[in-house]
Design a binder for this molecule. Structure first.
Ligand code: CA
Length: 232
């Protein structure tokens, strides 16, 4: 049997070592890194079968890493298990929304760790098509991530790539308030031009295109923006 290749992303050295020790003993090939940037780089280079991804990382956090892996056609098929501390339930939900396959809450036993890994690997790599989420339906709005299309009252809405990512991200996490900085890092990326970095401009543009449904994106004064679930 081919031994599976697992990338371990964990900033706490002792946990990283315990995980690596247990996986190696089971015959997995492993590589470990301590931060998100290196995780992205390593996954892109080695295309492992699975990433064990700690959520709280210095710099680029686990959610961002997961989102970027799932947004990239080269890496979106890679299975992801999130590793979280207690009290990060909201992050777990968000991670699953972003395409993670499962999660483990610290502290976990080696048995639990290996059991989850086996279960996820048994599913094999994500197939094309499977990796894309079902279209998101929010009241009058349908967001098809696969086709990069938005329909409102069954009529197509013409959005730029950035506007699409912004609307999809907010609608995928309804009711949750995001600061401009969070939206900037999750939707736009750190390397964008100064013009692109202005979240308010993008929100204004999306709202204009949503017309009578513009209030789906709600401004939380002094904080940021939130998608209002039309069913709520
Ligand atoms: Ca951590």
């Amino acid at each position: 049997m081919k031994s599976h290749n697992v990338v371990i992303v964990e900033d706490e050295a002792d946990i990283r070592e315990v995980i690596e020790y247990n996986l190696k003993r089971e015959g997995y090939r492993t590589a470990a890194v301590a931060d998100g940037e290196r995780a992205l780089q390593l996954v892109r280079e080695s295309l492992p079968d699975l990433v064990l991804l700690d959520l709280m990382l210095p710099g680029l956090d686990g959610l961002e890493v997961c989102q970027r892996l799932k947004a990239d056609s080269e890496t979106r098929h890679v299975r992801v298990i999130m590793v979280t501390a207690k009290g990060e339930e909201r992050d777990i939900l968000m991670g699953l929304d972003l395409g993670a396959d499962d999660y483990l809450t610290k502290p976990f036993s080696p048995k639990e760790l290996l059991g989850r890994i086996r279960a996820v690997l048994r599913r094999g790599p994500l197939q094309e098509g499977q990796a894309s989420a079902q279209p998101l339906v929010r009241g009058p709005m349908l967001i098809d991530r696969e086709r990069h299309q938005v329909q409102l009252d069954r009529r197509p809405v013409d959005l730029t790539a950035t506007e699409f990512r912004l609307l999809h991200f907010l609608a995928n996490n309804p009711g949750r308030v995001f600061t401009r900085d969070q939206l900037l890092s999750r939707v736009i990326g750190e390397n964008a031009s100064v013009v692109d970095r202005n979240i308010d401009v993008h929100v204004r543009a999306v709202r204009k295109k949503l017309g009578e449904h513009r209030d789906l994106i709600h401004t939380v004064r002094g904080v940021g923006y939130c998608f209002r679930n039309p069913a709520a």
